[in-house]
Design a protein around this ligand. Structure first.
Ligand SMILES: [Zn+2]
Length: 165
């Protein structure tokens, strides 16, 4: 059993459930977290990402050689030109500046899932914070925060399962 994958799937499903998503909504959440790929597609993607990482690690990180004997400069220019083509194919520039230059594009699948889980947790936190503001008045059928009729539209939109109580 792939525990990491199971936990990732469980996390996405749980987040979708707390948003009262439909079955289709849960499926969409899983798809956008790239968790519905076949094992073959996931393996191929991992291979390509690994290849990309290895190519990026080979790119020149320093400035191009500007001084030296003509033959050395010509050889250096030819080599630079070749690396330039590799860099362009990878969406990077020369000299290669590393992670910041690539941004999020070259994230591995694992990093992607981790980042997504963190974002889901952040959004759940925001939803909880918003939900906590909307409480029923002690002495009337209204929301204390917006004074809309209880349960207020905001709480209903947030999908609080206890909102009607
Ligand atoms: Zn309210």
């Amino acid at each position: 059993m792939n525990t990491k994958l199971v936990n990732s799937v469980a996390g996405v499903i749980n987040a979708a459930l707390t948003q009262n998503r439909t079955a289709a909504g849960i499926a969409m959440a899983l798809e956008s977290a790239r968790l519905l790929q076949s094992p073959e597609a996931a393996r191929r993607l991992a291979e390509l990402e690994d290849l990309e990482q290895r190519l990026l690690a080979m790119l020149p990180t320093g400035p191009r050689q500007e001084y030296g004997l003509p033959n050395d400069l010509a050889a250096s220019a030819a080599e630079w030109g070749a690396w330039q083509q590799v860099a362009e194919a990878l969406g990077a520039g020369l000299p290669y500046e590393g992670q910041t230059a690539r941004g999020l594009r070259a994230q591995t699948l694992h990093e992607h899932v981790i980042a997504r889980d963190a974002e889901i947790e952040r959004l759940k936190g925001l939803i909880e914070a918003a939900r906590a503001l909307h409480v029923k008045c002690d002495d009337s059928e209204h929301c204390e925060h917006d004074y809309e009729r209880w349960p207020c539209p905001t709480l209903t939109a947030l999908g609080d399962p206890g909102g009607a109580s």
